[in-house]
Design a protein around this ligand. Structure first.
Ligand code: DQA
Length: 147
């Protein structure tokens, strides 16, 4: 099967961005680990990062008929973007919401998500490992192979 990992704004800065909150892993490192993990299970995984809401909306729209499962860290758009939420609802591709930090332990404006109620599940608070745990859950649902 084909998986798509989507990364929202400022996640291109992982590694140097507020390392006390987000850790020191880079996005390139996280993406490489996800590809390896997916391929080891016989699946394919592609990544896409953008700081632009419209680019993420367009990537979700393009995923229709092409992608079987989405992993998404909407970053700040988690708390703001009805448009990205609606795109995921429109394509109806199952997705897991991911955060490095635990937004519930942070500022009140991070406690609400436009995505969680549509998500298969949410993994947050485990740093870069949040991605690994989320992909593990996605792979469990997809079963073996099919790549
Ligand atoms: C984040 C949490 C968001 O609140 C924040 O805006 C981010 C990253 C996380 O992965 O912990 O950019 O999604």
């Amino acid at each position: 099967a084909k998986l798509l990992a989507l990364h929202g704004p400022n996640l291109n800065l992982l590694g140097t961005r507020e390392p006390g909150i987000y850790g020191t892993a880079t996005l390139a490192g996280i993406e490489a680990a996800l590809v390896e993990q997916a391929e080891a299970a016989g699946h394919r995984l592609e990544s896409f990062q953008s700081n632009a809401e419209h680019a993420l909306v367009e990537r979700v729209q393009a995923a229709l008929g092409e992608v079987d499962f989405i992993l998404i860290n909407p970053a700040a758009f988690t708390h703001t973007s009805v448009a990205l939420r609606d795109a995921l609802a429109a394509v109806a591709i199952p997705f897991i919401e991911i955060h490095l930090s635990n937004p519930h332990a942070r500022e009140p404006f991070r406690h609400t998500s436009y995505f969680s109620d549509l998500a298969v599940g949410v993994v947050c608070g485990f740093g870069a490992d949040s991605y690994r745990y989320a992909l593990d859950a996605a792979l469990q649902r997809l079963g073996d192979g099919g790549a």
